[in-house]
Design a protein around this ligand. Structure first.
Ligand code: 5IU
Length: 251
């Protein structure tokens, strides 16, 4: 069986993006590879969740456009403070999918001003290599494959998308359900310890499965944590499951 690289080996590799380095350092410091997906609808829920799970995560993934009472000063400024306090990164799952010029505007303007605060952003690469040129302040995580049933990200698409991700200096990794070239960090959503699906197309695997078979670097967990009776405890369980699975995958 092919051996995976450790987080320390990845930190020591050449030309590492500063945000990838930071993420890997936080992982080693906190013994966590857990990213909590905060798919909640209010500023208060977002901040409460961030405070509860903060000690156990390397990053909090947001869909900032679903916050119904969004206000930059009330939503983002305290979130930045919570992230600093608990030492985690902010990852905006924006999934940009347009030409470079439009993405540049969406990244920095409007009410969300993502470039001000997001350490990491997700982007489709369907607009081609140059569409990623403007994401200067964040590490880009390219969408290469999806976890949902019937996704159009077939092998041909994934291979071509992966080539763009590998060659673009702004890209630190990809979201996928397959193993990636080892210079790209692999982020895997569709993780749940208790259920196989959500009846809306989502398909779940366990941390053990994705570390062993895909050599994942980071697991992304949404409802498994924020819908749990005790999100703090659930984040600890996923943190431990993720770290144990990582260590086991080192062989
Ligand atoms: N997400 C996926 N699958 C994907 C991609 C993104 O689930 O292939 I690309 C997002 C959607 C949601 C989170 O924000 O990850 C997973 O949430 P649940 O753990 O609640 O299913």
């Amino acid at each position: 069986e092919k051996k995976r690289k450790s987080y320390q080996q990845k930190i020591d590799s050449n030309n590492l993006h500063s945000k990838a380095k930071k993420l890997l350092e936080v992982a080693l410091e906190k013994k966590s590879n857990l990213i909590a997906s905060a798919d909640v609808l209010t500023t208060k829920e977002l901040h409460d969740l961030a405070e509860k799970v903060g000690p156990n995560i390397v990053a909090l993934k947001t869909h900032i456009d679903i916050i119904t009472d969004f206000d930059y000063d009330k939503t983002i400024i305290p979130l930045i403070d919570i992230a600093a306090k608990h030492n985690f990164l902010l990852m905006e799952d924006r999934k940009f999918a347009d030409i470079g010029n439009t993405q540049e505007l969406q990244y920095s303007y409007g009410i969300y001003k993502i470039s001000n605060w997001a350490d990491l952003i997700t982007s489709q690469v369907i607009g081609g290599f140059q569409s990623l040129d403007f994401f200067h302040n964040s590490g880009v995580i390219a969408i290469l494959g999806m976890s949902s049933a019937g996704t159009l990200t077939d092998k041909n698409y994934r291979d071509e998308a992966t080539k763009i991700a590998q060659s673009h200096p702004n890209v630190i990794g990809g979201v996928a359900q397959n193993e990636l070239p080892e210079e790209l960090l692999l982020f895997t959503p569709g993780i749940n310890l208790d259920t196989k699906g959500d009846g809306k197309g989502q398909q779940y695997n366990t941390p053990e499965h994705v570390f062993r078979n895909l050599h994942t670097d980071f697991i992304i967990v949404g409802r498994g944590i924020y819908k749990a009776e005790n999100p703090e405890q659930a984040s600890l369980s996923y943190k431990i499951a993720g770290w144990d699975a990582y260590e086991a995958s080192l062989g």
